[in-house]
Design a protein around this ligand. Sequence first.
Ligand SMILES: Nc1nc2c(c(=O)[nH]1)N[C@H]1C(S)=C(S)[C@@H](COP(=O)(O)O)O[C@H]1N2
Ligand SMILES: [Mo]
Length: 166
Amino acid sequence: MSRPSAAPHALPAPTGSFALWGDVARPVTLTVADLRHGWEQHRTEVVYDCAKDGPQHHTFVGALLREVVDRTRPGFDPARRKERSRFLLAVNGGDGHHAVLSWAEIDADFGNAPVLLATRVDDEELDSAGTQLVVPSDRCGARYVSAVTGIWIGSCRLPGAPLSAS
Ligand SMILES: Nc1nc2c(c(=O)[nH]1)N[C@H]1C(S)=C(S)[C@@H](COP(=O)(O)O)O[C@H]1N2
Ligand SMILES: [Mo]
């Protein structure tokens, strides 16, 4: 597996913004306002369970993660499903909690999960808190990473395995 490179720390990032980086042609830092104005907004009502606090009910509004990440031009040939199936996304929260998704979970040809990067939760706009990952297909809350500061995108190759021919 390629090792996640350090996040770009070029310009001081505005509060509530997050970086998309890794094996992508166009790394970018986005604010919640960018998400709100740059992508179609979807609304979803979810219930997820927390081991500590029990079931949580929330309504989220936000952009589809796959549409946001598409703009960074991940380093696969979009026409090749096997290449896409090797990619991962690691979503990092400001407090260090991070969770991994596979590209295939959100890819329309595979799991097609409508995972969002939220701009609003219930009545709260997330501009100052930062975006939150929303995984409506998850039963448990651990991947609802809040205050997202970065998303690393990259491919996975098994240690010691030969390079795939296609
Ligand atoms: N940044 C961050 N996001 C996080 C967590 C965390 O520790 N840090 N905990 C997760 C877990 S385990 C749950 S159940 C939900 C809880 O979300 P809530 O506080 O909105 O109920 O947040 C998730 N997102
Ligand atoms: Mo939790």
